[in-house]
Design a binder for this molecule. Structure first.
Ligand SMILES: *Cc1c(COP(=O)(O)O)cnc(C)c1O
Length: 404
């Protein structure tokens, strides 16, 4: 066999559209919560591919599902259904509020489907102008034009005007502000149960309950974007299950495929029929390969052992972080649920989150930011305690550089 083409990090700058600024090393191999780069340097993975690699790297359950399906059938197109997608739909509907599922390939596409469904339901209602969408400042819903517009971070949307209109942004966790803009013309309210990219900020339960009541009052769809919080991340299968609030639409992606691209929009029998044959679609969505992997990942995670394990690891992580912080006094607050953890920097270290993750990389730790002032951890849901210990030790060395 020919040798593969030799590549280096600097080739990224040569050949890639510069929308990312990746670390200066290239990961080549992973196992569990450890990865290795081209130089065979080892890293502990507290990033989990941005809340995606829920079973870590190369987990046998995912590898077996992928390789078994790979020898059978990869793709047939949506002119035919397939066995893995039907099994996955059964799993998702049996284990959530939903009755129906639309499959796609990413979180943005799942939200795009949700927002389009809401617009269609609004149109079908016969109420003139029922197309308004209420969304929240600081929210993140993806990078398509509709989803960056729904997102509440203007830096991601302002360069692409004209934007889809009819979207109103109000302050997150401010029910009075939401009340002031939700009315008969509102077709949907879209919200993250925990704002992930925006800084790991949990929604107040009373806020979510209030949104539910307003949506009921005005006939608007309540959409929960659980792209980051879903599939066990918070220690519940979905975060809505912790809130007592049931949405009309839920979007899920990231951890759903454990690293294989897949997304889904879940809804009920009440709203699903507003989409009919041809109203919406996708080439790859629900393909057998993605569905087989997602089915295996979902089945593995949706057990009391794994979900309880996430809650246990949350406490373990927090204890370690609090101990570290008692010594170094770097974080103002440590927040989040399950294995979605945000460490908010004290004012004197504002803007330093990116530097900390760069130093963490030098020390052999993968970590994330959530805005300029929050260091975020979204590791594998089954990360071993000894890897947490080792990762925290490396974080401690990275934070020592901050003190200098
Ligand atoms: C990551 C994310 C998205 C976008 O998902 P993609 O797969 O990158 O399109 C949407 N919403 C939330 C809450 C996310 O965290």
């Amino acid at each position: 066999m020919e040798q593969p083409i030799s590549v280096t990090r600097s080739n990224f700058n040569d050949w890639m559209v510069p929308v990312f600024a990746p670390a200066n090393f290239i990961p080549v191999r992973g196992e569990g919560s450890r990865i290795w780069d081209q130089e065979n340097k080892e890293y502990i993975d507290f990033a989990g591919g941005i809340a995606v690699n829920a079973l870590g790297h190369a987990h046998p359950v995912a590898v077996n599902a992928l390789t078994e399906q790979a020898t059978k059938l990869w793709h047939v197109g949506n002119g035919y259904t397939n066995e893995p997608v039907l099994r996955l739909a059964k799993q998702l509907t049996e284990n959530t509020f939903a009755d129906k599922v639309f499959f796609c390939n990413s979180g943005a596409e799942a939200n795009e489907a949700a927002l389009k469904l809401a617009r269609k339901v609004g149109l079908d209602s016969g109420v003139a102008g029922k197309s308004g969408i209420v969304a929240f400042k600081n929210a993140f819903h993806g990078r398509t034009l509709f989803t960056v517009s729904a997102g509440g971070q203007p830096k991601y949307s302002q360069d692409f005007a004209p934007l889809p209109n009819g979207i109103n942004h109000v302050a997150f966790n401010d029910l009075d502000a939401a009340k002031a803009v939700i009315n008969e013309q509102t077709c949907a309210v879209i919200v993250e149960p925990i704002q992930g990219e925006g800084g790991v900020i949990p929604a107040d339960i009373e806020f979510l309950k209030g949104l539910r009541a307003l949506c009921d009052q005005f006939g608007a769809l309540l959409i929960f974007d659980e792209v980051q919080t879903g599939v066990g991340r918070t220690g519940s299968l979905y975060a809505y299950m912790n809130t007592g609030v049931i949405p009309d639409v839920l979007t899920t992606a990231k951890a759903l495929g454990g690293g294989f691209p897949v997304g889904a929009m879940l809804t009920t029998d009440k709203f699903a029929p507003h989409f009919s044959v041809g109203t919406h679609g996708t080439t790859y969505g629900g393909n057998p390969l993605a569905s087989a992997v997602a089915g295996a990942v979902f089945e593995f995670i949706n057990t009391p052992e794994v979900l309880e394990g996430v809650k246990h690891r949350h406490q373990y992580f927090l204890n370690a972080l609090n101990t570290l912080n008692a010594e170094h006094q770097i974080f103002e607050e440590i927040r989040g649920q399950g294995l979605l953890i945000g460490c908010v920097l004290k004012a004197e270290y504002a803007g330093k989150a990116k530097d900390i993750t760069t130093w963490a990389g030098e020390e052999g730790l993968l970590a994330l930011i959530a805005g300029p002032d929050v260091v975020r951890f979204t590791p594998s849901l089954i990360i071993p305690e000894k890897d947490i210990d080792e990762g925290i030790a490396r974080l401690k060395r990275a934070l020592a550089k901050l003190a200098k």
